[in-house]
Design a protein around this ligand. Structure first.
Ligand SMILES: C[S@@+](CC[C@H](N)C(=O)[O-])C[C@H]1O[C@@H](n2cnc3c(N)ncnc32)[C@H](O)[C@@H]1O
Length: 278
């Protein structure tokens, strides 16, 4: 089969399965199995796939048509312009989380060294991005589960920033014995009801990265109260939130005495970040 025929076949199969981004995905899958760049695909589209590549393609298509996430198949995914290792056991970085990065980069003083804590780190995409974008910062990433932490370790190794992993549980205040200029977290925040209505791809992501308790807010309550005193005077707490959690999370911060509490929307105009100062 030629690359051209394979590409058209993948696109058609994905489209018939109801996968919206079928053109983008077909290109990514061809790149993945051939190892070609976009330019090589365009100039070599009449090249034949090898027997190995055809079998690899069949396996991948079977997975993808079962809604196994494309990102897990590719094994890496870009976030804020950098590639992160991803796979089973870790949450795939989402574009919405880039709004969290924008808030954090606005807060961090470019000239002075800053101590930063990223709680519930997953791939490490938030903490590592901050460490790479603000070279003066000293970032600690906290993660409870080894399945996710193995990706953090790899991603820290591949990045050019000052970041380190601390294994532990935010409910036990891991890392709260130091003082930080900024504490950021994208914790699990899906409530009990919505856990029953996940997109098919999300079903493959670890429930430990998704479930935020009956009302989805248990991590916000615990983190805001356990880590409030770990902020330096004037230090900031930044949370990613679900689109309908803005007011509830704002109330949690206000009740604990946080000041200047604000909500920021993402590019889809949904509430996405709540932040305040100690
Ligand atoms: C929603 S994911 C966020 C991952 C990453 N920060 C991101 O934005 O893509 C939440 C992460 O919190 C971790 N986690 C769950 N419970 C935890 C706990 N009690 N203490 C520390 N980390 C926890 C999960 O394993 C998962 O990696």
């Amino acid at each position: 089969m030629t690359i051209f025929n394979a590409y058209n076949d993948i696109k058609k199969q994905l489209k018939n399965a109801g996968i919206e981004d079928n053109i983008f995905e077909a290109k990514q899958i061809i790149k993945h199995i051939t190892g070609y760049s976009n330019e090589q695909i365009l100039s070599g589209y009449q090249n034949e796939l090898s027997g190995f590549q055809e079998i690899n393609l069949q396996v991948i298509m079977k997975q993808r048509l079962n809604r196994y996430p494309l990102q897990y198949i590719l094994g890496k995914w870009d976030f804020y312009g950098r590639p992160y290792k991803v796979g089973p056991g870790v949450l795939i970085p989402r574009p919405d989380t880039e709004t969290v990065i924008e808030v954090c980069l606005d807060i961090i003083d470019k000239k002075k060294p800053s101590d930063v804590l990223d709680l519930c780190a997953g791939t490490g995409c938030i903490g590592i991005t901050i460490a790479c974008e603000r070279k003066n910062s000293n970032v600690t990433l906290v993660e409870k589960y080894e399945e996710a932490a193995r990706y953090i370790k790899e991603n820290i190794k591949n990045a050019d920033g000052n970041a380190k992993l601390l294994m532990g549980d935010v409910f036990e205040s891991i890392g709260a014995d130091k003082k930080y200029d900024l504490i950021v977290s994208n914790p699990p925040y899906i409530n009990e009801k919505d856990m029953g209505n996940l997109q098919p791809e999300v079903e493959f992501e670890p429930p430990t990265a998704l479930y935020g308790g009956e009302d989805g807010l248990m991590f916000y309550r615990a983190i805001a109260s356990n880590y409030r005193d770990s902020l330096k005077s004037g230090g900031s707490l930044v949370f990613e939130i679900g689109y309908d959690q803005g007011e509830a999370v704002k109330d949690i911060l206000l009740a604990l005495g946080f000041k200047n509490v604000k909500i920021k929307k993402d590019y889809s105009e949904n509430d996405r970040v709540v932040f305040g100062t100690a």
